[in-house]
Design a protein around this ligand. Structure first.
Ligand code: FE2
Length: 442
């Protein structure tokens, strides 16, 4: 809904200028942009690295061209979109007081992290130029992690702390260093503006879009990662939320990485996939349980690119009636995966039909004008029954414009939360969350 609202607002505000007028503006801009650099070139000493210099000067010309032709403007925000507005980094780990309710003694210590889009530069931007207008869409904001730490002392007393921090892939660092919006929006708007953004982003930065790591978080091999669909996972230090590095598996993967990798039952290996707009469109991979090695990689050989956001793995169910049987065949071609069902597609109904047993469905009703994102399941250490655990969720109260985390007993999901933990600042609506138990609890 929010995406649609933003889209209609942006499209409705476009002002189209006559083409001859635009060409005149473009000529003037190009002339005033290029002249100073030609003068600078004439002053260069004779003994120089020619290719390096040409590249550097070209980049500066392109930057100057973008600066003179494109104007970045704030995208409007409707009152109903107030909690999509980004927040600042809090800058420290804040201790939390005032919890309502009680955390049970058998609740595992750990950290509840949620990822989400939190646009740098105070909000999403559009650009206006002689080419028209183009805009970012809300899923394009930079990734920000929100973390709530659950700790218990030797007497069993609980304490809680909160932190938030941007995920910092290489394009984030580059843009911060430039200290201004740099990538031109290339997703929505007038076709000439989008085409110009494609070309100029590619020429200046080597890629059309920013690397965003704003969708999910996961653990593998004792390490923690932030991820979106368009690039490699970013390793995160969960105690500080700082970004460590790309997880490139020694260069063995080298392509986009799914937001929702899954651990294979039994082996603990990680099954991944990567969708790209160019061939190979869809590749499936398996990473060793210790996270050090890519042990299997297969091109599914799809004939066109289609985004597959989810993947499901099960050890025992037979592969019946799946749209992409070739995915299964390729995965089963590796002897370790005999018996695993891999479904990168379609509509989560497929799962219901395949697994035979009806899926249990319950609802938890929030207080009026309260909405949640990034809920996660916390399994009870040593638990053996279904629903032996809790559901945690980041909740925002639209009336008070404050946020909190709730803990709900999974066995009494429709009942009141057993605990409500206030947060020191608003948490914008975002994407997926996960609860990572501290190693001593595994
Ligand atoms: Fe998702």
């Amino acid at each position: 809904m929010a995406t649609l609202c933003l889209a209609s607002q942006v499209k409705g505000s476009i002002h189209k200028q006559p083409i001859p007028h635009r060409i005149g503006e473009l000529k003037t801009s190009l002339s005033s942009t290029v002249k100073p650099f030609i003068q600078e070139l004439e002053k260069l000493p004779m003994r120089i690295d020619v290719s390096k210099t040409i590249k550097s000067v070209t980049l500066r010309i392109l930057d100057a061209f973008v600066d003179s032709v494109f104007q970045f403007v704030d995208q409007p925000v409707l009152p109903s979109q107030r909690n999509f507005v980004p927040v600042e980094e809090i800058g420290h780990i804040a201790q939390i007081e005032g919890i309502v309710g009680e955390i049970p003694a058998d609740f595992p210590e750990g950290v509840y992290i949620r990822n989400g889009a939190n646009p740098l530069w105070g909000g999403l931007k559009s650009t206006i130029s002689v080419f028209g207008k183009s805009s970012h869409v809300w899923v394009e904001g930079e990734g920000m992690l929100h973390a709530l730490y659950f700790s218990k002392d030797t007497n069993g007393n609980w304490s809680f702390a909160y932190n938030n921090r941007f995920v910092e892939p290489k394009t984030f660092k580059m843009e911060k260093q430039r200290n201004k919006p740099s990538y031109l929006p290339a997703v929505e708007g007038d076709s000439p503006a989008i085409l110009a953004a494609f070309v100029l982003n590619a020429l200046r930065f080597g890629d059309v879009n920013k690397i965003l790591s704003n969708t999910s978080v996961f653990e593998h091999g004792g390490k923690y990662y932030s991820i979106a669909e368009n690039y490699l996972a970013q390793e995160i230090d969960i105690s500080s939320l700082s970004t460590l590095d790309d997880w490139d598996l020694g260069g063995a993967w080298g392509r986009p990485f799914t937001t929702h990798p899954k651990k294979a039952p039994g082996s603990g290996e990680l099954v991944i996939m990567g969708v790209d707009a160019v061939k190979p469109y869809y590749v499936v991979g398996v990473i060793s349980a210790d996270g050090k090695k890519l042990i299997h990689k297969a091109d599914v050989k799809l004939k066109r690119s289609t985004l597959a956001h989810e993947i499901g793995i099960t050890q025992n169910q037979p592969p019946i009636d799946l749209c992409l049987l070739n995915v299964i065949e390729l995965c089963l071609s590796h002897p370790r995966y005999l018996g695993y069902l891999v479904s990168p597609i379609c509509d989560v109904f497929a799962f219901k039909g395949h697994f035979g047993n009806p899926i249990k469905m319950e609802h938890h009703k929030f207080a009026k004008n309260n909405f949640c994102t990034g809920s996660a399941y916390v399994s009870k250490p040593g638990g053996s029954e279904e629903d032996d655990g809790w559901i945690v969720a980041y909740v925002h109260d639209e009336d008070t414009d404050t946020s909190h985390v709730i803990v709900v007993d999974a066995k009494n999901f429709q009942g009141e939360p057993i605990a409500k933990i206030p947060l020191p600042q608003r948490v914008p609506y975002g994407h997926h969350g996960a609860y990572f138990q501290t190693p001593s609890q595994h």
